[in-house]
Ligand binder design. Structure first.
Ligand code: MG
Length: 250
């Protein structure tokens, strides 16, 4: 079901989004060589308690942690672990959400650990730019696939590929609402976007082939060709004045 939010509801979602963004940013600052992915999850859990918000992913379909942390060829849904210690040259995707006053925020960022290879650097830059290009299409009268088309065009022009199996989504009082928001597709197709819709737009871009598979843990998605993958996400409100990023840091 697609839900349309009032201005007041979008204000509440902005409050949830801002808290989500601040906690994600703290994790990104902490992500350095020698830090485990469990350490990052622990920081998020502590900050949620301090802020009086609920981590949105913990227990969601049984997910065992607060944050999805995906390193290098891991695409999404990596499970934090004390054994997974970040090292110089890694790229790490952090995907995080909270529930505040009944409203969800959902945001992701991929960061470089120490000094990374030029291709990894380029992948991070292009994926972030792809997200911003997708967001720019999130305005009334456009259609859902206009977002994915913009993401795909930018990623593929750089020689990268778009993951098909995981897509963005509507968000509000539930983490996943309609419509689905693919990161690919034909311009001018799909549902018409309206003022008051809120979407989580989240390109996952691979340096190599688009194909992914899920590991035996039942969660972690990896690239089948072992190429690097990056993930950026914002929760975005569609307003009369265009897109408003609810998970912006300030
Ligand atoms: Mg999401």
């Amino acid at each position: 079901m697609v839900t349309v939010k009032s201005e007041r509801e979008i204000e509440l979602m902005r409050a949830a989004g801002l808290t989500t963004a601040r906690i994600l940013d703290a994790m990104c600052q902490m992500a350095k060589p020698g830090v485990s992915t469990w350490d990052l999850d622990h920081l998020a859990e502590t900050m949620c308690k301090e802020a009086g918000v609920t981590p949105a992913f913990k227990g969601y379909h049984g997910f065992p942690a607060c944050v999805c942390i995906s390193v290098n060829d891991e695409v999404v849904h990596g499970i934090p672990s004390k054994k997974r210690v970040l090292k110089d040259g890694d790229i790490v995707g952090l995907d995080f959400g909270v529930i505040k006053d009944g409203w969800y925020g959902d945001t992701a960022r991929s960061v470089a650990i120490g000094k990374v290879a030029p291709e990894a650097e380029k992948l991070l830059k292009i994926t972030q730019e792809s997200l911003l290009r997708g967001i720019a299409e999130a305005k009334p009268g456009n259609r859902v696939f206009d977002i994915g088309h913009a993401v795909q065009a930018h990623a593929e022009a750089a020689g990268f590929s778009v993951v098909r199996e995981f897509v963005g989504h509507g968000i509000g009082r539930a983490l996943h609402e309609d419509p689905q928001v693919p990161n690919y597709g034909p311009k001018g197709k799909g549902m018409v976007l309206k003022t008051g819709m809120v979407l989580a737009i989240e390109p996952m871009i691979n340096a190599g082939r688009p194909d992914v598979r899920v590991l035996q843990d039942g969660w972690t998605a990896v690239t089948t060709d072992k190429s690097l993958s990056a993930h950026f996400e914002h929760t975005v409100a569609i307003t009369e004045n265009g897109p408003v990023i609810l998970t912006a840091l300030a």
